[in-house]
Design a protein around this ligand. Sequence first.
Ligand code: ADP
Ligand code: MG
Length: 590
Amino acid sequence: MDVIRLLPDSVANQIAAGEVIQRPASCLKELVENSLDAGATRIQIIVRDAGRTLLQVIDNGQGMSETDARMAFERHATSKIREAADLFNLRTMGFRGEALPSICAVAQVEVLTRRAEDEVGTLLEIHGSQVVRQEPATCPVGTNMKVKNLFFNIPVRRKFLKTDQTELRNLLSEFYRIVLVWPQVQFTFVHNDEIMHELPEASFKQRIEQVFGKPGKPTFTLNLVDIHTETELVTIRGLVGKPEAAGRGARQYFFVNGRFMRHPYFHKAVMTAYTNLLTGDQEPSYFICMEVNPENIDVNIHPTKTEIKFQDEQPIFQILLATVREALGKFNVAPSLDFDREGYVEMPTPNASSTYRPANRLPIQVDTSYNPFTRTHERPVAAPANWQSLYEPQLPQEEKDKPTIPSDIYQYHGRYLLVPSSEGLMFVDQHRAHTHVLYKTYIDQLSHGQAPVQQLLFPEVLDLSADDMLLFATIAEDLRHIGFDIEQLGPRQYSISGVPSLLSGQDPISTLQHILSSVRETGTTATDVWRRRIALALAADTAIPYGKTLTPAEKEDLISQLFHQSDYRYTEDGKTIISVLTDEELEGKF
Ligand code: ADP
Ligand code: MG
């Protein structure tokens, strides 16, 4: 007996939907791209419950005829390409004819559409691939597509959706990837009756400000400079961040031929242009649009994937690098500071402790009586015996091997503590050492939820962009655990009335932005990953800075606290804390 059968279309479409429509955000992307392909100049997005119950896209594009409206939901039905050769000259966002059949296989879809040349339009309703209604209807020119109850017939997929906050953030980040590169189109985004974005027609730069600026303050784009190059291979236009604005909420976007892409290799080109201009783990914002001949990129991209293959990656890398470098030079944005090679924090002049301020911060006065150790002192630090043995690599670290801390620690260049050991002379990076110690403390506080709070005399207000607001709400509880006294003030505002006590005297807004951007970078929703980022960002901001002269007691305390950690050689993000000059190496020099 023959056993092979063709799958019914409805089943095939459900399977395809598994790839194309993974979550509300992918559905939104497909709908909006269709509207753009239809030549819309105005697109409204209406969302309920982060897209679970409703995703609606209303456009003023060319609309569909009655037959086309029906055809559009058939597999591989597309008006955009006719033959294989068209694939190499793509100018539309879609071309596979897969999205609508996939969406209607896993949702209840209602379309209302009319072309300018038709008097009446069409209403079509499809539930799980079954047409349940088709009739003439009066409606404006364009298409109004409602996708209701996504995954209503696939409980497993529904279960895999994340919290509304996360799905909404996914929707917004998909939305940004589109609206940034289509500034000539007007967009609105409404969630549960709240207008989250209202974007009138704009220039590219204005659109960036509309999306990422804070209400009432056009400041985001002030920190960007224009780039522009035209070569035979590629046209590059866009904006890149001034180095001094890096690190606090970097937004990074590449587009090719009007389509968002990820491109780690080109990212490297941009970062290379910033060599020696950035400190530490900071990253600049950039918004870079490339135009290339469609023949020279691989268009057959998976609908949900954003990696794009270029034929001429290496020359484009060079062109991009030169373009960004030139722009940074031309605007003379390179600060005339000395930067440490590894790019950690600017090297201070010795004894600059009273005027030191961390890079990219608001000016602050350093309280010279500030003792960075008082807070982390909770655990009594007994000076243990034979601590040197810790530095013989093979020896396991055990309680009985507690080290003795020498009292003759020398501070070199306001940066390294020189500690003699049986292995040789140790150079301990003071900032990293303290960051590491604080990191452990904060991680503890995050899981046990009790941190000392320093109330502020004058509460501060933190203004947030729409997507950051969602992220912030998600981590707000963690921030409270770690010592921030915060309350939501308005739809995009928090008040800060207290801060972790180690942070007092510093700018809490800047630290919260730092935390926010390091959490955002992870792109994950795993709480433990977030917490590590939060703890690390706060630790870096509260640790003893370079240039701070330490008293003998402080030096001892720091070294002792460091050596109490089970892992004290590297920071959480893998930076070297201790480097040893062995006796042999030293003797070799004479
Ligand atoms: P693709 O976009 O790859 O062609 P889709 O399944 O997304 O495939 O859409 C199928 C077809 O339906 C499109 O080719 C287009 O002709 C039509 N269509 C979809 N959405 C719209 C819209 N908003 N306005 C006009 N036509 C549309
Ligand atoms: Mg499409």
